[in-house]
Ligand binder design. Structure first.
Ligand code: NAP
Length: 656
């Protein structure tokens, strides 16, 4: 398998029938049946009658993909039979599956979505073909030998790029501004930091770690995973740390990028590369609002991403400004230790129920992971499958809907009511707080959080005050709110988000004719497939504009596909003996129009909604409005009509 973690042999099952019955009772049945099918290649375990219907999720997930109680009962019997068989036959590995066996398995898990097959094979390689691993090598092309690739950043995207480009045999350099890999997970170490999407939806297809401590991994666990992936794959040694890329200049005569980087000690270095991949993050540069008097405050002030090592909030008077995903994790993590807590809320967050948000992975899951071949990998695939349709159906706007601006459709209105009922329970006895806790915009219009009740607990605690009148100004000993009340403070935490729409901030990029990319964008970052920009040949963004999923899909999938798309572009150069590939302006316009039209149909695209999904011009420039499938399709080939090839390949000057 194309995977850094999968061990194709697992432990022998030795437990008795009673134990196996208990395990079956706590397993995710479609996954267990699929795993038994993988181990036995016996299709009786994946009958059409027990296909999970993949009932769409409005708020709470449906166990077993929505199988009816009767079907669940039959599935349990079948799974029990299967586990006994694995035990009695001593099966500890996956059986070789034929192509049609794999199709049968994928069709079972996806309830017959045959058009997902190739995309799902990318996520779990069960046959030699189909994974993201390049089927070619740069060594196949004479011009490839001296071709130099730069990856900027060693976060999730940079690691994915370095991994795949190395698989294709490229000479790859990774320049990382920080002292370690991990990107956002290296930087965000505030109390409470963890995933707010399920752990098994948050890993690479080529590094399917099955052993995770938590259902929603902590920040430290994700960071350890990224460090482990880098070291297992031998990438860590190739990364130049503390080297910040500051400038890229395209040399048209040589079809090369001249790249300037600055080391920690301020020493600048210039190097040439044939191709540059940007793994720079989107939620990376803190948004520090221009609050009046900010500099006058005598206490400690820090942005959520720049958490001061050793900061001690215990017994202190603390304010948190913002109620987005970061504040949502910080506030519950600190409220019980502080003397007082003021939460400045501009708009309340919508929260999806997730009772297991702080839970550990169960012991029965760990048993299944150890004893049933591929169970954890199939569970990951299952998370991917369920996330493919995601919750689009809850956020699609109906034209002229009378519930606007509080909801965008009947389904959205229904979700709103379900979530309000939950808030009413959580804020029982606190009518004033409840009023503040109910958002005044449609569910899904901004990022939705995962909730197990801790937010309400923190806001209703006696030491907490929620201020909705805004920050009027900072003074030396605290903040004066919009109603003129002074809140005396020792610590202020700015959980005020990021300048998400300012892609490639801090790097000067001069393409054809010396045009700077930010001037070209004029505040509206755009890239074809989220990857390439006309006038910037051989330059590819790996988490670029308009490819962030918010109610569906996998981030890692989108990033891996951006990487694979860029690899296909590189191969085209070799095939044609060209020096550069550049996307056409028309192709970019067409792509932007296509995503804009769909984004306008979504809750977040409504004119009356504001969030970090939109840029300063009001266009939704961050969000991918389709499913993973459409991204799979548009990144499958390089459409030559959409590109211009020119020049010839030059060897870089190694002395630079
Ligand atoms: P955010 O979602 O942009 O939230 C920023 C908060 O600050 C909002 O409540 C915003 O209010 C408020 N704010 C901004 N400027 C303000 C001002 N001048 N005065 C008062 N309030 C102000 O930022 P974030 O919480 O850092 O999260 C950003 C994104 O990062 C998330 O959506 C998510 O994608 C990602 N993230 C993920 C995780 C995770 O997976 N565990 C954790 C944290 C963050 P308004 O809402 O009214 O604008």
């Amino acid at each position: 398998m194309d995977d850094l973690y999968v061990d194709d042999r697992c432990e022998q099952i030795v437990e008795d029938d009673d134990f196996l019955r208990e395990i079956v009772n706590s397993a995710e049945l479609p996954v267990l049946l699929a795993a038994i099918n993988c181990a036995t290649a016996d299709e009786q375990y994946i009958p059409d009658t027990l296909r999970p219907p993949l009932t769409l999720v409005d708020t709470e997930p449906h166990p077993h993909g929505g199988l009816s109680p009767e079907a669940q009962e039959q599935a349990r019997e079948l799974a029990f039979h299967g586990l006994r068989r694995l035990r009695d036959e001593g099966r500890t590995t996956v059986t070789d599956l034929s192509d049609s066996d794999v199709n049968g398995l994928l069709d079972y898990m996806s309830n017959g979505e045959t058009q997902w097959r190739q995309m799902l094979r990318h996520e779990l390689r069960l046959t030699p073909e189909g994974a993201g691993e390049p089927e070619w090598s740069v060594g196949d092309y004479p011009a490839g030998r001296d071709f130099k690739v730069l990856v900027i950043g060693a976060g999730i995207a940079g690691i994915a790029a370095a991994f795949r480009y190395r698989q294709a045999g490229f000479h790859t350099t990774v320049l990382e501004s920080g002292p370690d890999v991990g990107g956002t997970w290296r930087k965000n170490v505030y109390p409470g930091v963890r995933l707010d999407t399920p752990t098994f939806g948050y890993s690479y297809s080529f590094a399917q770690q099955g052993e995770w401590p938590h259902q929603f991994a902590t920040g430290g666990e994700v960071q350890e995973y990224l460090q482990d992936v880098s070291s297992r794959s031998g990438l860590t040694d190739d990364i130049e740390f503390n080297a910040r890329v500051t400038k890229l200049v395209w040399d048209e005569s040589k079809s090369l990028w001249l790249v300037t980087s600055v080391a920690d000690d301020g020493v600048e270095q210039e190097r040439e590369f044939n191709l540059v991949l940007s793994g720079l993050g989107q939620l990376d540069n803190p948004n520090i609002p221009d609050f009046e008097g900010l500099a006058d405050f005598n206490g400690l002030i820090m942005h959520s991403q720049d958490w001061l090592k050793g900061a001690d909030w215990k017994g202190k008077r603390v304010a948190v400004i913002g109620t987005g995903a970061s504040a949502y994790q910080i506030v519950p993590a600190i409220y019980s230790d502080v003397a007082s807590l003021v939460v400045f809320q501009r708009s309340a967050p919508w929260m999806l129920p997730a009772d297991n948000y702080h839970d550990e992975i169960t012991s029965s899951f760990n048993w299944l992971r150890r004893k049933v071949p591929c169970y954890a990998q199939l569970f990951r695939l299952w998370t991917f499958i369920q996330g493919t349709p995601g919750r689009f159906h809850t956020v699609r706007a109906r034209q002229d809907w009378e519930g606007a601006p509080l909801s965008v459709s009947p389904k959205n209105e229904e979700v709103r009511h379900v979530l309000i009922r939950r808030l009413e329970k959580q804020f029982q006895g606190h009518p004033d707080l409840l009023k503040l806790a109910v958002p005044s915009y449609p569910p899904g219009a901004k990022r939705m959080l995962r909730d197990n009740g801790v937010w309400a607990e923190a806001l209703t605690a006696s030491q907490t005050t929620v201020v909705a009148s805004g920050v009027d100004r900072f003074v030396d000993n605290g903040i004066v709110d919009g109603e003129g009340n002074l809140h005396e403070l020792d610590i202020v935490i700015l959980a005020t988000g990021f300048t998400a729409s300012d892609y490639l901030e801090g790097v000067e990029i001069r393409g054809v004719g010396g045009a700077e990319i930010h001037d070209f964008w004029a505040g509206d970052s755009r890239a074809y497939n989220g990857v390439s920009v006309p006038g910037y040949p051989n330059f590819f963004m790996l988490y670029g504009p308009n490819i962030g999923g918010v109610v569906a899909g996998s981030l890692h999938f989108m990033i891996e596909r951006s990487v694979e798309f860029s690899l296909k572009a590189a191969r085209e150069l070799f095939e044609r003996g060209a020096g550069s590939i550049d996307v056409t302006p028309d192709a970019l316009d067409r792509f932007v129009e296509w995503v804009d039209q769909e984004n306008r149909m979504m809750a977040w695209g409504q004119e009356y909604v504001n969030s970090w999904y939109k840029n300063k011009l009001g266009r939704v420039s961050q969000v991918w409005p389709y499913t993973n499938l459409e991204y799979w399709q548009i990144t499958n080939t390089i459409d030559v009509e959409d590109h211009v090839f020119s020049g010839s390949l030059s060897a870089v000057n190694e002395d630079r």
